[in-house]
Design a protein around this ligand. Structure first.
Ligand code: ZN
Length: 160
């Protein structure tokens, strides 16, 4: 069996940036389990996994356009501190949801001044080259129910 659309795939992975900093890893944790081909992973990683079989190991470099997109400075904004309920606790790195005309957006605080806060609606990994070390652990057929729900059931997935 190989990785293709509608297969449930388990992978272990390590994600580093171009400087070798580890951004994310499944090491010492459960493998990442996903349904292939429905956009659960970034496009560059899905493409690289296509056709792979259990036991395969691969190194994948994903450019921003196949990852979390390029940074869009238009998604950053300085807002007055007075808009926040609790200005004492605002710190760089905090994330929260804001309502926009395009729906709910997750923003990250990237700067705090005496009276203003800079918020950034870009994905934290936008504009970053992503280097994945991946090993394919398991491949199985997705059940019809999993396909209907759009997520994995059982180990590494939903329990309901
Ligand atoms: Zn479900």
């Amino acid at each position: 069996m190989q990785v293709e659309e509608k297969k449930v795939v388990s992978i272990h992975y390590k994600l580093t940036d171009d400087d070798g900093n580890i951004l994310d890893s499944s090491e010492n944790a459960q493998p990442l389990v996903f349904i292939h081909g429905i956009g659960m992973l970034i496009p560059g990683l899905e493409k690289a996994l296509e056709g792979k079989v259990k036991g395969d190991k691969l190194n994948v470099s994903v450019k921003p356009e196949d990852g979390y997109g390029e940074r869009d400075e238009g998604l950053t904004q300085m807002v007055p501190k007075t808009q926040f309920d609790d200005t004492e606790t605002i710190q760089i790195g905090m994330q929260f949801q804001v309502e926009t005309e395009q729906g709910v957006l997750v923003v990250t605080v990237t700067k705090v001044t005496d009276d203003e806060v800079k918020i950034d609606g870009n994905h934290p990994l936008a504009g970053v080259n992503l280097n994945f070390d991946v090993s394919v652990e398991e491949i199985r057929e997705a059940t019809q129910e999993e396909l209907d729900h759009g997520h994995v059931h059982g180990a590494g997935g939903h329990d309901h």
